[in-house]
Design a protein around this ligand. Structure first.
Ligand SMILES: NC(=O)c1ccc[n+]([C@@H]2O[C@H](COP(=O)([O-])OP(=O)(O)OC[C@H]3O[C@@H](n4cnc5c(N)ncnc54)[C@H](OP(=O)(O)O)[C@@H]3O)[C@@H](O)[C@H]2O)c1
Length: 364
């Protein structure tokens, strides 16, 4: 049996390790790709430092960009040599932080011409999360192909993206703008306000301002803010103010997990998965916790979201890749550990930590 190197969390809040895992031969509609680039996400920190939904040793990572090196006998779209990117996480063979990933071809998009794999790998996790949350948790329609002159029913009612400068938040703003929403409100640090207006936010609020709730409420008009998308999920940093903002009839979608306490060098993190429990919600507020890992329950999304919608919107300039901060290091383990430490120190501000996975890729 051939094996390859993978980055794994091996116990709660200890340094990452390289383990050898089986190199899986693709069957039917699967492909095997050499993972060339990945992007770290806060889930790595939740899993490594908080052991959230982890069985040790567990290979980490869910965003891949690489080259198809082997294709199953029933593949329809992908061939050996194709450059691809995608959000793929379900089994150990599908995880991102390993030299080879074997996955279903519907979890991958072909890299459009004119984009680097480092740019493309900033999309998948965020892109899929946004479509899943808007449709499953906030009840919006995202027709595809989008009919010409499509206008949603409530195009001008306020939608708040709390954490507009986060990775998910940036794509939420761009995708809402694409579907015709004109009253997108967002929160972010002042330094990012202009960038978020360019992406499609109508008004941006400084979340550190003590008057932030009052300012947003004023701006929502008579109808308040009927849709709220919490792209941060922090007990104090986002859920506290959102619980004051959300009035009867509002829908609130919160990215899980709820971070009750952040991981730091000296403190362990604490998480909660039940969004109903974490605040005194006003009567009549519909609060949901977002779980993107279930997006394939939607058969249309399963077959079209990553293979078709994601590369099309990238190629057409509807969504732009996030700014990348390339994490350097002599070995796979060094790059992975550096990125983990940067996540813990919250070094990424409106950017994605992107790093090279396969060392073989470098010497080609
Ligand atoms: N359940 C799911 O399906 C799912 C899917 C994806 C992500 N998530 C979770 O969602 C969370 C965010 O993920 P991400 O990758 O988008 O994060 P990220 O890009 O690492 O977020 C960093 C940004 O968060 C902003 N931020 C921090 N605290 C804030 C606050 N209190 N209010 C507003 N903005 C704040 C900062 O904004 P400034 O730079 O402007 O200060 C920073 O730019 C993570 O916990 C992740 O695990 C869950």
């Amino acid at each position: 049996m051939s094996t390859h190197s993978a980055v794994a969390t091996v116990a709660k809040k200890v340094p990452l390790e390289i383990i050898q895992v089986p190199t899986t031969t693709p069957e039917a509609q699967q492909v095997r790709l050499r993972v060339e680039w990945t992007a770290s996400t806060p889930l790595d920190l939740h899993q490594n430092d908080g052991a959230l939904l982890v069985k040790h040793p567990q290979v980490l990572g869910d965003s891949v960009a690489g080259t198809v090196v082997e294709a199953g006998s029933e593949t329809k779209r992908l061939r050996v040599g194709d450059k691809v990117f995608g959000f793929t996480w379900k089994t150990q063979a599908q995880k991102a932080y390993q030299e080879f990933c074997t996955t279903d071809e519907w979890l991958l998009a072909k890299l459009p011409e004119g984009f680097t794999p480092m740019e493309a790998v900033t999309l998948p996790n965020n892109f899929v999360t946004v479509f899943h949350s808007l449709t499953t948790d906030l009840g919006l329609e995202t027709p595809w192909p989008k009919p010409d002159n499509y206008v949603p029913d409530d195009a001008s009612s306020a939608i708040l993206v709390w954490g507009g400068s986060s990775s998910v938040g940036q794509f939420a703003i761009q995708i809402l703008r694409y579907y015709g929403y004109t009253n997108i409100l967002a929160t972010a640090s002042q330094k990012h306000h202009e960038k978020l207006r360019i992406l499609g936010a109508h008004k941006v609020f400084e979340y550190n301002n003590p008057d932030v709730v009052e300012s947003i409420l004023k701006s929502g008009g008579d109808r308040g803010v009927p849709l709220i998308y919490d792209c941060i999920g922090s007990l104090k940093g986002s859920i506290g103010p959102i619980a004051k903002l959300a009035k009867k009839g509002a829908k609130v979608a919160i990215l899980l997990p709820v971070v009750v306490r952040d991981s730091t060098d000296t403190e362990d993190p604490e998480y909660e998965m039940d969004v109903g429990k974490v605040a005194e919600w006003n009567y009549g507020v519909d609060v949901r916790g977002v779980r993107t890992h279930f997006y394939q329950d939607n058969e249309f999304f399963k077959h079209h979201l990553q293979p078709e919608i994601m590369p099309t919107l990238l190629k057409d300039g509807v969504v732009t890749p996030q700014k990348q901060r390339i994490v350097e290091g002599a070995t796979l383990l060094e790059r992975a550990q550096k990125a983990m430490d940067m996540l813990r120190r919250k070094e990424a501000s409106m950017e994605r930590l992107v790093w090279r996975v396969s060392d073989a890729y470098l010497v080609q």
